[in-house]
Design a protein around this ligand. Structure first.
Ligand code: FES
Length: 164
């Protein structure tokens, strides 16, 4: 884990998490990935106490949860924006002009185009990723789980404005 922060959940998130924990109780290692995906869909990111609760619920060692959280880039162990924009920054997308797209997104969100980051209002996190597997749609990005591409820089205001 890399964050000392802990989740501040709304009552409905707390209830959803408790329901999820009951559903996964005792299901073991094979349920770890799907459970973490569901946890993160509720909480946005996974803090230390939640990681411990996942291990306890599944009946597996805490280190196994930590290993998965640190291995997979789609899991977050620090706070992220409400919505996450993953922009491909690999060769096909670079050749298709993703630089302007990244620049425009970074400007709109007020984050560094070299590193990405989270907007001041915590609505969005911008991330730069290696190939996301949709090179034929370059420049390509994922808005949470939704694939989008090709995306032109002038589509950015609509893209951000259309997201709740
Ligand atoms: S290089 Fe961008 S999706 Fe493959």
């Amino acid at each position: 884990m890399t964050s000392d922060q802990t989740l501040a959940l709304e009552p409905d998130q707390e209830r959803a998490l408790q329901t999820l924990m009951r559903r996964y109780r005792g299901r073991g290692q094979s349920a770890l990935l799907p459970m973490l995906h569901e946890v993160q869909a509720i909480t946005g990111w996974v803090d230390e106490p939640t990681a411990r609760a996942v291990a306890h619920t599944l009946g597996i060692p805490e280190i196994e949860v930590h290993n998965v959280l640190t291995f997979y880039t789609l899991f977050y162990t620090e706070p992220v924006g409400k919505r996450v924009i993953r922009v491909c920054n690999d060769i096909a997308c670079v050749l298709a002009g993703n630089g302007e797209l990244i620049q425009r997104l970074a400007e709109e969100l007020g984050v560094d185009p070299e590193t990405g980051g989270t907007s001041a209002d915590s609505r969005f996190t911008l991330e730069l990723h290696p190939c996301l597997g949709h090179c034929e749609r370059a420049p390509f990005l994922m808005l949470d789980e939704e694939p989008m591409g090709p995306v032109a820089p002038d589509q950015v205001p609509d893209l951000l404005g259309g997201v709740s």
